[in-house]
Ligand binder design. Structure first.
Ligand SMILES: NC(=O)c1ccc[n+]([C@@H]2O[C@H](COP(=O)([O-])OP(=O)(O)OC[C@H]3O[C@@H](n4cnc5c(N)ncnc54)[C@H](OP(=O)(O)O)[C@@H]3O)[C@@H](O)[C@H]2O)c1
Length: 235
């Protein structure tokens, strides 16, 4: 996929995108990434529910989904065959698999090895960087797209240090520094911060603009993140 941009939070069947503002600011160029989420279901029930979600999403997004993911790999054995049929039929661009738990990332490996996933979604921020060694080398080797989730550790990394600590990084906010930290790993293609605020949405899209951090800048941000995680933001 190769796009370094922020994308809207994935939506499930029938919901409006949480980021309607994106469509007013170049949304026609956005990559639509969403998911099937059938926790607790298996077999025909999982497929029925997954297809129901997919059809609602297709109707909402105009008949094509760029990235269709199996959320947390739930019932992936049931979903991958019909998702592959849909990809062959041209209604899906890429098939993805996600997992939110860093200790479960290895579950993605056999599916990547078998060529079943075009894209993976993994947590990736300075506090949750296990993917760097566990999964990103394989993704790079196999040319698999990588979506970085939870760039702010669901807010745990915010508000972060005072802006004065960011001198020399070429950023205006700590949130921007964290997004650049993620995107400065060349194996990451897209980062998906979640926000309910239009100004944050627009700032997050802006943060995807080059330049990236060099290794020293990235390491500095990593150290700051470790120091200020969950702190008051003063200092
Ligand atoms: N298994 C999975 O597939 C899985 C698991 C986890 C997460 N995800 C996905 O990953 C994405 C992000 O993960 P997440 O929801 O855990 O959290 P996150 O993006 O790490 O953090 C969200 C928090 O950051 C704040 N924020 C966003 N932009 C900001 C900015 N520019 N300045 C200051 N604060 C900002 C938001 O508050 P405001 O609303 O106030 O901006 C919100 O409190 C979501 O799209 C989610 O669907 C997927």
């Amino acid at each position: 996929m190769g796009s370094d941009s922020s994308t809207p939070r994935p939506c499930t069947g029938g919901q409006r995108p949480s980021s309607a503002a994106l469509w007013d600011h170049g949304g026609e160029e956005a990559i639509v990434g969403t998911k099937v989420w059938t926790y607790g279901l298996a077999g025909e029930q999982a497929v029925f529910e997954g297809r129901f979600q997919f059809e609602a999403q297709l109707a909402h997004y105009g008949g094509f989904i760029d990235v269709m993911q199996v959320h947390n790999l739930a019932a992936y054995q049931d979903h991958l065959p019909w998702l592959e049929e849909e990809r062959n039929a041209g209604r899906i661009g890429w098939i993805g698999g996600t997992h939110y738990r860093t200790d479960a990332l290895t579950a993605l490996v056999p599916l990547m090895d078998a060529g079943r996933l075009d894209v993976i979604g993994v947590p990736y921020n300075p506090l949750e960087a296990e993917a760097a060694d566990m999964i990103l080398p394989l993704a790079e080797e196999q040319d698999i797209g990588v979506i970085a989730m939870r760039p702010f550790a669901e807010g745990e990394l915010l508000p972060g240090p005072d802006i004065k600590r960011l001198d020399g990084l070429g950023v205006e906010t700590w949130a921007e520094a964290l997004l650049k930290w993620t995107l400065s790993d060349g194996r990451i293609h897209v980062v998906i911060p979640a926000t309910r605020q239009e100004p944050h949405l627009l700032a997050n899209v802006q943060a995807a603009q080059p330049p990236r951090f060099d290794p020293d800048q990235r390491a500095f941000v990593g150290r700051l993140a470790a120091k200020y995680a969950g702190a008051s933001g003063v200092g």
